[in-house]
Design a protein around this ligand. Structure first.
Ligand code: SF4
Length: 309
């Protein structure tokens, strides 16, 4: 798998004006995309729902929104440990991802030097000092972008704390880099099973043969898989698109779990869909197809999630 990290590596596939604008944007919000996900875009312009998710666009330079609207960076006093709920701790395991999704709530971290989480003792001590934390979420960046040994150390330390009952891994790898699930990674998941994977498909075109194979390999290790989508303008803000996405996911064993409204993060507001529209779409899905294929529609706030449907 190749990861493109500069627009100049792919500019020959894109119209010149788009490439020039993207080069200005990548100075502020860097670009990263796997060759797999890049070639999943059927047309290399913003009419394509996959292209819109990875290709920098000039609207990202708007000053609308905040860098860290939910105050994640100060929530525990320990770098990369985020606590917004009494019973949950989120570990920002790295700032590297296979793809930098243009709507990401943590795009403020992309320009920092690459880091991988190595505060194992602080993590373990924090969990032991806070037995009310029953649920730990490994997030990022993408935890599967970490060396396997490091991911293992994290899982081992978390599992050593008896009060932690649920461990989740948030990853877009099944969507953007489905080929990375090799024997070593799958054995690790099997060793620490049962685990939950929260993945993030946004459009039916992302449910490919390769991503289905990755999902099936993951399910065989004993993990359960939930999907958390974001409602994104020009990507998935239509009934037919969401219906097809959620049916494809449910049919391969992935539960559509949340549909989030786009967070008020700087550089992402051109993706924001009116919340009333999200409510309307979700209610219609629920009434026509029931909860098996309909996620909860939610808005994230500084004080936690607000469930709208
Ligand atoms: S994979 Fe997740 S953390 Fe990484 S850029 Fe995409 S949304 Fe953000």
């Amino acid at each position: 798998m190749k990861i493109y990290t500069k627009i100049e590596e792919i500019e020959r596939f894109v119209e010149k004006t788009l490439a020039d604008e993207a080069k200005a944007v990548e100075e502020v919000y860097p670009f990263r995309c796997t060759d797999y996900y890049f070639f999943l875009a059927k047309s290399k312009d913003f009419s394509d729902a996959v292209f819109r998710q990875f290709f920098p666009e000039k609207s990202e330079l708007s000053s609308c929104g905040e860098e860290d609207p939910f105050g994640e960076d100060e929530s525990t006093g320990i770098p990369h440990l985020v606590r917004r709920y009494k019973n949950r701790l989120l570990v920002v395991t790295t700032n590297l991802c296979f793809v930098y999704c243009r709507f990401c709530m943590r795009k403020r971290n992309w320009k920092a030097s690459p880091f991988v989480f190595d505060r194992f003792d602080e993590l373990e001590n924090y969990l032991k000092a806070h037995p009310e934390i029953s649920d730990v979420i490994l997030s990022g960046g993408d935890p599967f972008a970490l060396p396997v040994e490091l991911l293992e150390e994290l899982l081992a330390r978390i599992r050593s704390v008896e009060s932690v009952r649920i461990v989740r891994i948030g990853t877009r790898a099944p969507v953007v880099a489905p080929g990375i699930f090799d024997g070593k990674r799958l054995s690790l998941l099997e060793k620490y099973a049962p685990l939950w994977i929260n993945t993030h498909f946004n459009h039916p075109n992302e449910v490919t043969r390769e991503s289905r194979d990755a999902i099936l390999s993951l399910l065989k290790t004993g993990v359960s898989i939930n999907n958390q989508s974001v409602l994104l303008k020009g990507v998935n803000d239509s009934f037919e698109t969401l219906k097809e996405l959620f049916f494809r996911l449910a049919s391969v064993g992935v539960k559509p779990y949340y549909l989030f409204s786009c967070d008020p993060v700087k550089g992402t507001q051109h993706f924001k869909v009116d919340e009333g529209r999200g409510v309307e779409l979700t209610k219609r899905l629920l009434s026509e197809f029931g909860p098996m294929v309909t996620p909860r529609f939610a808005v994230d706030t500084r004080y936690g999630k607000r469930l709208l449907v």
